[in-house]
Structures are given as structure tokens and as C-alpha cells.
Design a protein around this ligand. Structure first.
Ligand code: PEP
Ligand code: MG
Length: 319
């Protein structure tokens, strides 16, 4: 029985009508790689590299980072490893960086903006990632991209380091988690190799509800049609350029969201390790044709509650 369960975990997630969806795991540390692979994850769609930088008085050096990224790449044994560069600032300050005093840190110097403001820090991380990419299928993902200017600046820096190291090229993708990136997805898709939608932040910014807000939490539902329309725009624009799109926010693990995301054409879902097996099992029971119908109906709804109440969605999820 244990062998049968293991074999089922490793089977791909293919819908009843033959569409394969990649299911990956969100991880923080190389030690999670083995558990992720054992759970059936087909790689990692999001490595939150912040773990390396938290609670330290000095930033980690290039060799220390290289060692961890190499272990991640090796731990996933050739499966894709999407390493997100440092996503600090906002609610995640760093002890060794002088953050400006900001009235609205979530609208401030965070994610890629912080990396571009601290190019020494960014360069070190990029060099470590480029070196580790020789040990597996490692890709670089940039957080909090708000438009083409920062993407170009980041790519220029990465390319300079790549040339200096004489390293092979790596794919460079972006998180789509700021509404401007979703709106401009057609242009960003010309210059980014892939997209991963960060629905935690995308929901926060689209609905103007702080993701940590003590009382407004119930209003911040990623199934809000406003968020779904941004996801739809992103997927359409990416596919027109032949780019793949993942979702790595918490929404990907919501059983009510999975059919809609799949129906919108999302290629990959990345969830925490304990959610991998259940998500794969759910996808194996879904028909893409019905998921597309439900997604279309959801885009036409007026509120998140209306989406969650769609009879066709409830039937798909609860049978
Ligand atoms: C997101 O914003 O959805 C995301 C995956 O990134 P984080 O939760 O780390 O901000
Ligand atoms: Mg985010």
C-alpha cells in the first residue's frame, strides 16, 4: 500500500481530458527539497530566499549562498528550481540594511526595488545563483516587479555578472504580484522568460487591503473577480508570447481556486509541501472543459462570494 501511495504521488497531474498541470512546491531551505520530491512535487515554483537573510547582522556571503542554492538544485535532482531573489522590505526588514522610514512600507522600497537600491547585495546573490545553476535546472525569479524599467535594470545586472563568471544563461522570470505588472503583461512577456503570479500580494494591491490587516481580512479574497481578471490578462498575454505562467500564492492551495486557475490556463501551481499530493489528486479528477466553463463564469461574477457560490464550481469541487 505504501508503494502504491508513493507511485500515485509521482504520477503527473493530468486532467480527465488530458491536460497536464505542473504541481511544484514552495520551499525556503534545501532541507525541504527531499520532502518536496517525496511528496510528488515536480520541482519548486518558489524558493523564498529570505530565510538566508533574516535575523542576521551581516548579509550572507557569495560562497555561503552558493552552497545553499547548489544543495537546492541538487536536492531537486534536475527538476526546475525557481529561486526568487531577496524579497525584503515592506513587512520584512533586514537588520543590516538602513531602511528608510516609510509611512506605507508595502508601497515602498521592497522586493526588487530594494535589490536595485542595494546593488552590492543583489550582485552577490545573483553570482551565487548563476554558479549554482551549473548544478541543476535553476532559474532566477524577481519579486515585486512593477514594470519594464526595473526588469531591464535587473536583467542588465544579471547579464553583467553572467558574462563576468562566464556562466551559461539562465531563465529570468518575474513575479506578477503588482497590478501594473498584470496590466502590462503583454510587454513584460517580451522580456521575461516566465511569470509566476503572487496572489497574496496581487490581491492586497488590487483590492487595497493590507494582507496583514487585523479586521479587513475577510474582504481580501483572491477569488475576487477583480483579481481573477488580472490573472486572466496575465495568462493571455504570456501565452501569446509562448511564456508559461505559474501561481505561487496561497490561492493555489485553495480547492475552490484550483479549477478556476486551471480553467484560466495557468500552467503550473506551486503550493506548500503538505498540499502537493491533494492538489495533484484534485487535478486528476477535473475536466479541463468544465474548468474553462467555470473560469469563464467566474470572470463574469460581481463579487468573490458570487464566485464561491457558483453552482458549477461547487459541483466541481464537492462532486
Ligand atoms: C505572493 O505574494 O503571493 C507570494 C507568493 O509571495 P510572498 O507571499 O512571499 O510575498
Ligand atoms: Mg509576494
Amino acid at each position: 500500500r505504501a508503494d502504491a501511495a508513493r507511485a500515485a504521488a509521482f504520477r503527473p497531474a493530468v486532467t480527465t481530458d488530458g491536460h497536464r498541470i505542473e504541481v511544484a512546491a514552495n520551499v525556503r531551505h534545501p532541507e525541504e527539497a527531499l520532502a518536496a520530491v517525496a511528496a510528488g512535487a515536480e520541482g519548486t515554483g518558489l524558493v523564498r530566499s529570505e530565510f538566508l537573510f533574516d535575523e542576521r547582522s551581516e548579509p550572507p556571503g557569495e560562497d555561503e549562498q552558493f552552497d545553499l542554492y547548489r544543495r537546492l538544485a541538487e536536492g531537486f535532482g534536475g527538476l526546475p528550481v525557481v529561486l526568487r531573489t531577496l524579497d525584503a522590505g515592506g513587512d520584512k526588514p533586514l537588520r543590516f540594511v538602513q531602511h528608510p522610514v516609510e509611512a506605507n512600507p508595502f508601497l515602498g522600497l521592497r522586493g526588487l526595488r530594494l535589490s536595485l537600491a542595494q546593488p552590492g547585495l543583489f550582485r552577490t546573490q545573483v553570482r551565487a545563483a548563476l554558479r549554482a545553476a551549473r548544478h541543476g535546472d535553476l532559474r532566477i525569479m524577481l519579486p515585486m516587479v512593477d514594470g519594464l524599467a526595473d526588469l531591464r535594470a535587473a536583467k542588465e545586472l544579471i547579464e553583467a555578472e553572467r558574462a563576468a563568471l562566464n556562466a551559461p544563461p539562465v531563465e529570468i522570470g518575474i513575479m506578477v504580484e503588482v497590478p501594473s505588472a498584470a496590466v502590462m503583461a503583454d510587454q513584460l512577456a517580451r522580456e521575461a522568460d516566465f511569470f509566476s503570479i503572487g496572489t497574496n500580494d496581487l490581491t492586497q494591491y488590487a483590492l487595497a487591503v493590507d494582507r496583514l490587516h487585523p479586521t479587513l481580512g475577510a474582504r481580501s479574497d483572491a477569488l475576487d473577480p477583480a483579481v481573477l481578471r488580472l490573472i486572466d490578462m496575465t495568462v493571455t498575454a504570456a501565452h501569446a508570447r509562448g511564456r508559461w505562467v505559474g501561481v505561487c500564492g496561497n490561492m493555489a492551495a485553495d480547492p475552490m481556486a484550483a479549477p478556476i486557475l486551471i480553467g484560466l490556463g495557468v500552467d503550473e501551481l506551486s503550493v506548500s509541501v503538505p498540499n502537493v499530493a491533494a492538489l495533484k489528486a484534485q487535478i486528476r479528477g477535473l475536466s479541463m472543459a468544465r474548468a474553462e466553463d467555470v473560469a469563464r463564469a467566474a470572470l463574469g461574477c460581481g463579487t468573490a462570494a458570487d464566485v464561491r457560490g457558483l453552482p458549477a464550481l461547487r459541483e466541481l469541487v464537492h462532486g
